[in-house]
Design a protein around this ligand. Structure first.
Ligand code: AMP
Length: 484
């Protein structure tokens, strides 16, 4: 089966019903099928060949979705670029993926053989053949390249295939969104280049529309969620915190059945506040670019107080194990058809990440509790070793975030002659606070070796465009400040 087959079938089954809504513009299932056929044909007619990489820097909206799935039908490899990133970041990915074409809005970040300005898409679609665009590709051939967050170095491209994409859709339908029907409604408030994009096909195959917001703000989210009676959405933890800080959220008349969240650790205090305000609709997913959004999930009814620190249980058809666990703690491994086939042009990194028998190293450290729930401690590279003890920054950040004045926290290890590394925190405060008082607050909550030795108050913390904390940058800033 090909991705195009799902689109064609949805076009036939759900015809004139709305498939994508973007402000006042609505595209039906049949129109979506026709638009993606035409654009796929138009791109091939321009001289692109199946297997060519096509970078797309498109904001959230109908055109972006049409481009993505036209590429799938034409056998072209999608390289999505997040429009929040800078031109040099885009240029790196365009060069690394050896993209032959670039579809872009605004200023072009690089010059490649085929430059397609977003404004030209309508003309290409009008001029193209309306015949079905149906390039059949090997299920193991690249379908799209997903760049990793780059929290530890230069972003690497993960090769995802038709096999992994279909498995992701199936995993979502079985575990994450088991109740989808034609009257379900997905609200895409996060970038579709990332996690939210994975929710498009599961809704499409069930005849449920996708509402696309150009940009997340709490007010825009609430307006669209109430107007369209959204039943599913995906938010990263930072967006949940912003939504909860919006006074209108608590009184909003929402129809949410599943508020899916993940992509980064969530502070327990934020999650608890979310449950109190929005009810038992939270569904956590843990995944990564290498195993897209499907390693474990925590169902709404599993959000009990003792499980709020857990990322849930393995998806039904996904294997999860721990590597070389000591005292029950080890690196999380996963195996199944959902995983990447390899890193793009990085055979050594692929060999380090995927075992010959298919187990994929996630780089995350975790432990299972007695009932089979996975608890993620931290990224392997971020673990601080202080006086011979492992300190997981996430646990320290969680303690800091339970302080009423602390809005954001990043904890890193700085070199220390005596202890090897010393736990140090940078925090952003929402009201005036005294670092000494924050340190004293931690004393009641964390064992001595985990407690920060110093807390610095910063105006903001470095984060990646999808809201991941960039601890490496925090550490670099702190070490260069001590060196000067
Ligand atoms: P990326 O490949 O950029 O999507 O980053 C994936 C990483 O984000 C994972 O390896 C985890 O470290 C982190 N992550 C994703 N989902 C969760 C979650 N639910 N809880 C904690 N960390 C998560």
């Amino acid at each position: 089966m090909q991705i195009g087959d799902l689109i064609r079938r949805a076009g036939r089954q759900f015809g004139a019903a709305p498939a994508i809504v973007d402000g006042e513009r609505v595209v039906s299932f049949a129109e979506f099928d026709a638009l993606t056929d035409r654009l796929g044909n138009g791109l091939l007619a321009r001289g692109l060949r199946p297997g060519d990489r096509v970078a797309a820097a498109m904001p959230n909206g109908i055109d972006g979705v049409v481009v993505y799935y036209a590429l799938a039908k034409a056998g072209l490899v999608r390289v999505p670029l997040n429009t929040r990133e800078t031109a040099p970041e885009h240029a790196y990915k365009i060069d690394d993926s050896q993209a032959r074409a670039l579809v872009f809005g605004g200023d072009a970040p690089a010059d490649v053989e085929f430059m397609i300005e977003a404004g030209e898409l309508a003309g290409i679609i009008d001029a193209a053949s309306p015949a079905p665009c149906d390039v059949r590709r090997d299920p193991e051939a690249p379908l799209r390249l997903a760049y990793t967050g780059g929290t530890t170095g230069k972003p690497k491209a993960v090769v995802l295939t038709t096999r992994s994409e279909l498995a992701e859709v199936a995993n979502f339908l079985v575990d994450l969104l088991p109740n989808l029907r034609p009257d379900s409604v997905m609200l895409h408030a996060a970038p579709i280049t990332h996690g939210s994009g994975a929710f498009f096909l599961p809704h499409l195959v069930k005849g449920a529309p996708s509402i696309v917001l150009p940009r997340f703000t709490p007010a825009a989210f609430l307006e669209a969620a109430t107007r369209h009676r959204a039943t599913s959405t995906f938010l990263v933890p930072t967006m949940i915190a912003m939504l909860l800080d919006e006074p209108a959220t608590s009184g909003a008349d929402l129809a949410l059945d599943r508020l899916c969240y993940g992509g980064a650790p969530i502070a327990t205090s934020v999650l608890q506040r979310g449950l109190d305000t929005l009810g038992p609709v939270f569904t956590q997913l843990y995944g990564q670019a290498e195993a897209p959004l499907a390693i474990t999930c925590l169902q709404p009814w599993e959000h009990t107080p003792e499980r709020l620190t857990s990322a849930g249980k393995p998806y039904t058809f996904v294997e999860v194990a721990l590597h070389r666990a000591v005292d029950g703690v080890g690196e999380v491994l996963t195996r199944g058809p959902h995983t990447m086939s390899r890193y793009w042009r990085r055979p050594e990194a692929t060999a380090e990440t995927i075992e010959p028998d298919g187990w994929l190293h996630t780089g995350d450290i975790g432990r299972f509790d007695d009932e089979g729930y996975l608890h993620l401690l931290d990224r392997r590279h971020d673990v601080i070793i202080s006086g011979g003890f492992n300190v997981y920054p996430r646990e320290v950040e969680d303690a800091l975030l339970s302080h009423p004045a602390v809005a954001a926290a990043a904890v890193v290890g700085l070199p220390d002659e005596k202890w090897g590394e010393r736990v140090t925190a940078a925090v952003v405060t929402r009201s005036p606070a005294d670092p000494a008082e924050i340190l004293a607050f931690c004393a009641g909550r964390l064992a001595g070796f985990k407690r920060p030795r110093a807390v610095e108050i910063w105006p903001d913390l470095p984060t990646s465009p999808v809201g991941k904390s960039l601890r490496r940058e925090v550490r670099d800033r702190m070490t260069s400040a001590t060196a000067t």
